[in-house]
Design a protein around this ligand. Sequence first.
Ligand code: ZN
Ligand code: ZN
Length: 262
Amino acid sequence: MKLKFCSLYSGSSGNCQYIKTKNATILVDAGLSGKKIQQEIANIGEDPNKIDAIFITHEHVDHIKGAGIMSRRLDVPIFANKKTWEAMAPFIGNIKSHNIKILDEYAEIGDLTISPFDICHDASDPVGYNIFYENKKVSLVTDTGCINEGIKKSIINSDLLLVESNHDEDMVLIGPYPWPLKKRVLGKFGHMSNDTAGDLISKVVKKGTEIVLLAHLSKENNFPQLAYKTVENILGENSIDVNPGICLDMTYRDKASKVYEI
Ligand SMILES: [Zn+2]
Ligand SMILES: [Zn+2]
């Protein structure tokens, strides 16, 4: 069986990525209500009551809002590193002790191996994730204001890559945000721009990379078409063909993406 991937939601109003294989079903982040997450899982034709684990990238509410509810309702473990657990614990309610999992280097859930890597964001100890299945690799990197060698090295040669394409820098500068918030979004511990996403993708895709998804788009400072075109142009400048070539596609703040199989 192939690995199924679907971005159920992505953006500052909530993030939740769904991954399913023969022996494992996991969520990365659960940043909407449990009801919404389960509805969307049902909408893509999967069993909303079958989740084996939830992995958290960082404690911001758009990544944890439904985690506690889902854990209690389905008796599911939540994996996060120690500092993230400390930061999110007051906000997700009581979690049964057997569902509190401190994640260090990696975790194995059924036929999946999940390993975190460090990113740059204004949270306690934020991470992206690599997910390995048979000979396939899925990499998820959002909510990072900088790209360093560690991140590049972690996500290189993925078969499916989900990358933040949060904002257009000019739109942030001329847009409605107050200056401190503009500084945060554009800063080293903020979010990744369309241009940075394009540069990063062009450096880490390999010949076999099948799917690249743009994620965590800002509502105020981006448009899906602008993000897509900016990244497509940068890939073109680097002689990387898109559709046909790698499959470049979008994720959405208010609905699920397509379901991809690798
Ligand atoms: Zn976020
Ligand atoms: Zn965040």
